[in-house]
Design a protein around this ligand. Sequence first.
Ligand SMILES: *Cc1c(COP(=O)(O)O)cnc(C)c1O
Length: 391
Amino acid sequence: MKTYQVDQEGYYGEFGGAFVPEILHRCVEELRNAYLRIMESDDFKQEFNNLLRDYVGRPSPLYPAKRLSEKYGCRIYLKREDLNHTGAHKINNAIGQALIARRMGKKRIIAETGAGQHGVAAATVCALMGMECVVYMGKTDVERQYANVQRMKMLGAKVVPVTSGNMTLKDATNEAIRDWCCHPSDTYYIIGSTVGPHPYPDMVARLQSVISEEIRKQLMEHEGRDYPDYLIACIGGGSNAAGTVYHYIDDERVKIVLAEAGGKGIDTPLSAATIHLGLPGIIHGSRTLVMQDEDGQIQEPYSISAGLDYPGVGPMHANLAKQHRAAVLAVNDDEAVRAAFELTRLEGIIPALESAHALGALGKLRFRRDDLVVLTVSGRGDKDMDTYLKF
Ligand SMILES: *Cc1c(COP(=O)(O)O)cnc(C)c1O
């Protein structure tokens, strides 16, 4: 059967694989040999599920958004990842990977972060489990995201400002990989999205797949059927979207809509719409679509939303787009902000700027009255208040 899931070699169609320096080959191979065995063990499943329930607060509600539904002429449910501990979906993945690291005998955790959301999730989990945590963050981002830096420090993590390149996420990632090369035996690298060398994209998608597992059960309870007509999510690296679509990826009754960050517009130099603008290339250890110039140099992306401001995209999503399994829409800064205000005024929910891009896709689609739409609100907007009020 045709599947959009990863194949034996770690590819989604032509995208994926593991392109890492020689010295890391063993680490990646070790993880590849261990992750499925660990994740499928009863011991892991029990500890992971207990923490998701008692610590994260799962299942997250599937909320029927009545006034939003009236506005768009269909039946919209919101999957409320914003209600998780630490305010977004990233904690699901961070907990899972820390449990895997522990079972592999690793004592030291490293992570990279752009906006600081993944850094906070990693630092949170390390505090919970009593593990050492080092977070690499571009110096520009350290200055821009001061509140998250303070949170990570209070949680006991060491935040290392990176001063190479543009001093943003891509440079922090390079530095994290360099650290991993220096400490391959005792260190585990927690990647925050469905990116990086195989098996990371598949592992992160599986850890986030609790989202679609819950959607299935909750839709059944609400509607007496276990699948929607549409699934909508925003994509930076693609982890909340991967979790949202995971159990429906090969179910063609379900239409998948992915919203990427258009920035000021895909016809301007200020955009982060990687699927619209990118070309095949290698970034962060995998073959995927990359925003690059004619010399293959990575182009600095731009989005109003720090979490979507990434010049690559997960290989799963590059393939979903290429095979036309998913419709990919670019949602611009102003459209996202307008959608965030709309949700706030209609439903009393202030979404993260990232999630606002998924909401911005609603106005670009044509629904029928009885269409069942599930849209993932990946995080809450507390961190974005300054941006919203300035706009
Ligand atoms: C990090 C983040 C994203 C983007 O990451 P994905 O891996 O694409 O999900 C989206 N929403 C929120 C709230 C985030 O913190």
